[in-house]
Design a protein around this ligand. Structure first.
Ligand code: AMP
Length: 395
């Protein structure tokens, strides 16, 4: 079956067409500036990237352009849209309602809408994409895969905040966690490759957004993001954990309202805020190498926070068998992995320097054979995970 995987944001949409049998990507691309002016990027595997500037006032028009591109008689990756057997949609927030992926019926869409409050920037955009696809492909089954679903196995003591309990009862204020599709995919790859289902694994998803997850025998038992993706690690531009009182302090000093402070915490903080250089680790590494002390401080603070969470989750699981690094930084930035592991000698971890310098493989080990904990780098693939979930449900 050919599966169209869609990740729809408020003004952009990423897509891939995947052959579920061979798990090959047939084409991928994105629509940008939907509702503004519009640009379609389409790349058939093995061919050059095509960029088309074209008006796309609505998401429906954007998706129509994607469908036209993938089934184009000359450059398309499929002969006809009839080949698309299902569409898999990334949905950011499933609240407490969705502990698994689900076929998107009208009833389910209403339940997803009820979660909009919890992710006001993301969920409405995801729903617009789903509704547009349903209109254009009324006979094709659609599946929703939630960023939060994998973490619904967390015990209450891990997801409850130290706040009045009534806020949980009335408003469902609790830890949900995100990047679930990636944490699930990577922990499954580890279990499969290591040949053990009972592993205690800590997955470090270190990308522009970053989170850590404790996975015990395939189940998420704790994770660093919370009600929203702002909690936990220091990220590209997000602060991660801070003393909540800083919000009032900064609001008074800088004459900002709540929205202004939230904007600072989401968009002007993290390694970009610390370094004043960039949110991109390639820029930070280059700056640090040429002597920029704040860029080096940003890398050190980022790595130190990761190490502290690994320690916390080792305690949460009463041990750890495997630590897995994934996503843009986890897969590519050797200096971060080295710094994180430098704090974890007490776990009996020793790193293989030569292995840590490797790149470009989907799965490799960076600990020495006698290390007490195995440390691996695993390429995440959220689109493939969404494709697999989609096929499993529509079959
Ligand atoms: P992601 O959100 O997973 O796409 O990760 C994005 C981040 O990963 C970027 O901001 C970079 O800091 C980092 N990154 C991606 N590719 C590389 C690379 N080849 N070398 C170093 N860092 C990278």
């Amino acid at each position: 079956m050919k599966v169209l995987v869609v990740n729809c944001g408020s003004s952009s949409l990423k897509y891939q067409v995947i052959d579920s049998e061979s798990e090959e990507v047939l084409a991928k691309g994105l629509c940008e500036r939907i509702g503004i002016d519009g640009r379609l990027v389409y790349q058939k595997t093995g061919a050059d990237k095509e960029t088309t500037e074209a008006a796309m006032p609505t998401h429906k028009q954007a998706i129509q352009m994607v469908l036209d591109a993938i089934a184009n008689p000359n450059t398309g990756c499929i002969a006809s849209l009839k080949e698309i057997g299902a569409v898999g949609h990334r949905v950011v927030h499933g609240g407490e309602k969705f502990a698994d992926s689900v076929v998107l019926t009208e009833e389910v869409l209403k339940a997803v809408e009820d979660c909009n409050d919890l992710a006001p920037l993301h969920n409405p955009a995801n729903l617009i994409g789903i509704r547009a696809c349903k209109e254009l492909m009324p006979d094709v089954p659609m599946v929703g895969v939630f960023d939060t679903a994998f973490h619904q196995t967390m015990p209450e003591r891990a997801y409850i905040y130290g706040l009045p309990y009534e806020y949980y009862e009335k408003y469902k204020v609790r830890r949900y966690g995100f990047h679930g599709t990636s944490h699930s995919f990577v922990s499954k790859q580890v279990a499969k490759t290591e040949g053990r289902q009972d592993l205690k694994t800590i997955v470090c998803h270190l990308g522009n957004g970053a989170s850590i997850c404790a996975v015990n025998a395939g189940k998420s038992v704790d994770t660093s993001m919370g009600l929203t993706p702002l909690e936990g690690l220091i990220m590209g531009t997000r602060s991660g954990d801070i003393d909540p009182s800083i919000m009032e302090f900064i609001a008074k000093k800088e004459n900002l309202d709540i929205a202004g402070v939230m904007n600072v915490l989401n968009k002007r903080s993290g390694v970009e805020g610390i370094s004043g250089v960039s949110s991109d680790f390639r820029d930070l590494e280059a700056a640090a190498e040429s002597g920029n002390e704040r860029a080096l401080l940003a890398i050190e603070a980022f790595s130190y926070r990761v190490a502290k969470y690994v320690g916390a989750y080792t305690a949460a699981m009463n041990g750890v068998d495997v630590i897995a690094f994934t996503a843009g930084i986890g897969e590519n930035t050797a200096i971060v992995r080295r710094q994180v592991l430098s704090y974890l000698g007490y776990l009996g971890i020793t790193m293989d320097e030569a292995a840590n310098a490797k790149r470009g493989e989907d799965y490799f080990t960076i600990s020495t054979p006698d290390s007490k904990v195995k440390v691996v780098v695993v390429a995440t693939n959220e689109e493939l995970a969404i494709c697999r979930e989609t096929v499993a449900l529509v079959r």
